[in-house]
Design a protein around this ligand. Structure first.
Ligand code: PBG
Ligand code: ZN
Length: 335
């Protein structure tokens, strides 16, 4: 009995991988420096540039140390920064968040002066400003069950956003996951004459363990309880679509999915369903894991970061908010 020869494959995808220039030609997604937003932590006081121990390479910066950081961002061609403020004074309602001379407002004015070409996005929330660390004032829902007072938070969010716009913010980004926050902020901005200021909504934001290092950086960990009554259950995808639909309906101009790595399916669904400019937030814990493994020599940091960020583009993200932005801009300029 003679055996028939093994048939040769008639489809050969490897042909398109045979030459580096051919691989370049057929590449579907490209990461560029134009995609990046770099988060900055502005800290009260002076002469402070303190590295965040759980986020190597990231710093809490006082206003007087901000220019050097901003100059580096501009030099590297990064188009945009996202500002978080850590104020000197905290109280139950986060009063200092709405102060025209507050930390983010001051930082915004300063950046506008030294780097007018940079796009300034401000995070609009109260967790860095409240003594209890929650994203709005608390109310007793009965039996001592404390929770953020959704409807009392709305006018405060509008006030904060207007104050940021008055200081020169180009885009405001509410991150508190309050129901009705986009409508309240849009109405506030429009009434104050800021009809041209877009809102980037943290539309699908999950209650995530990956925010740990950020809470060290922003000193915004809740002093009791957690954020599961306002941020989403990580198990829910259909609900994320409903959340985004509400924010789009209320007037969100850009939408965000957060965190990134465990939620790439949500990024794809949001992009396909709504077709809006879609941002993904590559959060602090995701950054910390890569840094830790890289420091141990367990992974090739550059390769892993570029692969991950390209994955965000493939998933449908138009905008990538990441603490890796400075490194990525340097790597992209080299190749
Ligand atoms: C809260 C807020 C959080 C982040 C940004 N704004 C999360 C939280 O503490 O619940 C997380 C960002 C990160 O982890 O990098 N409004
Ligand atoms: Zn918050």
């Amino acid at each position: 009995m003679s055996q028939s020869p093994t048939p040769l494959p008639d489809r050969r995808p490897r042909r398109l991988r045979s030459h580096p220039k051919l691989r370049d030609l057929v590449r579907e997604n490209r990461l560029t420096t134009d995609d990046l937003v770099y988060p900055l932590f502005i800290y009260h006081g002076s002469n402070l540039r303190r590295e965040i121990s759980s986020m190597p390479g990231q710093y809490q910066l006082s206003l007087d140390r901000l220019p050097e950081a901003v100059e580096e961002v501009v030099r590297l061609g990064i188009p945009s920064v996202l500002l978080f403020g850590i104020p000197a004074e905290k109280d139950d309602v986060g009063t200092s968040a709405c102060d025209d001379d507050g930390i983010v407002q001051e930082a915004t004015r300063l950046i506008k002066k030294i780097a007018p070409e940079l796009l300034i996005i401000t995070d609009v929330c109260f967790c860095e400003y409240t003594s209890h660390g929650h994203c709005g004032p608390m109310t007793d829902h009965g039996g001592g069950r404390l929770d953020v007072d959704n409807d009392a938070t709305l006018p405060l969010l509008a006030q904060q956003a207007v104050s940021h716009a008055r200081a020169g913010a180009d885009v405001v980004a509410p991150s508190g996951m309050m129901d009705g926050m986009i409508r309240a902020i849009r109405h506030g901005l429009d009434s104050a004459g800021f009809t041209g200021v877009p809102i980037m909504s943290y539309a699908a934001k999950f209650a995530s363990g990956y925010y740990g290092p950020f809470r060290d950086a922003a000193e915004s960990a809740p002093s009791f309880g957690d954020r599961r009554t306002y941020q989403m259950d990580p198990a829910n995808g259909d609900e994320a679509m409903r959340e985004v639909a509400i924010d789009v309906d209320e007037g969100a101009d850009l939408v965000m999915v957060k965190p990134a790595l465990a939620y790439m399916d949500i990024v794809r669904r949001v992009k396909d369903e709504f077709g809006l400019p879609t941002a993904v937030y590559n959060v602090s814990g995701e950054y910390a894991m890569v840094k830790a493994a890289a420091r141990n020599g367990w992974i090739d940091e550059r390769r892993v970061v570029l692969e991950t960020l390209t994955g965000f583009k493939r998933a449908g993200a138009d905008i990538i908010i990441t603490y890796h932005a400075l490194d990525v801009a340097r790597w992209l300029a080299e190749r």
